[in-house]
Design a protein around this ligand. Structure first.
Ligand code: ZN
Length: 287
């Protein structure tokens, strides 16, 4: 099953894909389960409920989403956890050693946006970079789960572009979080795909800048797979329903090019993950 949110930022409505392939509005159903695709919705078994609701409807009206903004597929969660250096070739291009266990960092949840929204270069940024990633959305509370049980903790998968201001990430006296958290630096979408519909362990992910292919790999190249990541991270903190783990990026980021090529206002990014969908973003200067 696929879920998405549409409408203006902050007032998105919820939709679900019917077996026919049409999107249908689910706002009325969701209103009784937390009011959004949020912690309450996922912890109350909202995904299973939605499936049941949809099969009981005899008269589903297809939504016309042409020209309508597609938002992030979930409401703002309690946290977004990033995973660093989770593809061998990306570790090599950044000149880093392979990690012994997942290397993790936080991204501010206020960085969330949709995958067709503009990405805004923060004032003074000279080295904003892109990273296409498979993102995991947690479906039930996970504290110290075993890798074998990790899949049961997952509500679904989506795309995250883990935008990063490289100078702020590396050279500003602190943690990665400084370079990872500007507004619009965590677009998610276009939809959330439930685990029964996606072989997340081996799907293609790609990204192009101004039509030039930059990243093209498969999630099977990850060092730590989805289950290992959930198990490892849940050993350090409790993951709540709706929380996002963005699982790391393959080779081809702007930092790894010779010379490095960072994003400039006017650039256009296109990207996608097989089985989830695609996004298109324009880079703009901050107002
Ligand atoms: Zn990343």
């Amino acid at each position: 099953m696929k879920l998405l949110r549409y409408g203006q930022k902050g007032t998105e409505r919820q939709a679900v894909q019917a077996p026919s392939g049409d999107w249908v509005d689910a706002t009325e159903f969701v209103a009784q389960r937390g009011g959004d695709y949020n912690e309450e919705f996922f912890s109350a078994g909202g995904v299973a409920g939605l499936r049941e609701w949809m099969s009981s409807q005899s008269d589903l009206h297809p939504l016309d989403l042409a020209g309508v903004r597609i938002g992030a597929p979930i409401a703002r969660p309690s946290k977004i956890i990033g995973v660093g250096l989770n593809y061998r070739e990306h570790a090599a291009e950044t000149g880093s050693d392979l990690p012994n266990e997942p290397k993790i960092f936080m991204k501010a949840t206020t960085a969330m946006s949709g995958v067709f929204d503009d990405v805004v270069l923060p004032p003074g940024s000279e080295s904003t970079d892109y990273e296409v990633e498979l993102a995991v959305v947690i479906g039930r509370t996970a504290t110290r789960v075993a890798a074998e049980q990790a899949l049961e903790s997952i509500a679904g998968f989506t795309i995250c572009i883990d935008y990063s201001e490289r100078d702020w990430q590396k050279n500003r006296s602190g943690q990665f979080v400084k370079g990872k958290s500007a507004d619009t630096f965590a677009p998610l979408g276009p939809c959330l795909v439930t685990p029964d519909e996606l072989r997340a362990e081996d799907v293609r992910l790609w990204l192009a800048v101004n039509g030039e292919p930059r990243q093209d790999s498969r999630t099977s190249e990850m060092i730590f797979g989805v289950s290992e990541l959930v198990a490892s991270i849940s050993g350090y903190m409790t993951l709540l329903p709706g929380d996002v783990i963005t699982t790391g990026t393959p080779t081809g980021v702007g930092l790894g090019l010779d010379p490095p090529q960072f994003l400039r206002a006017g650039d256009r990014l296109e990207f996608g993950i097989e089985g989830i969908g695609e996004g298109i973003q324009s880079v703009v200067a901050s107002a």
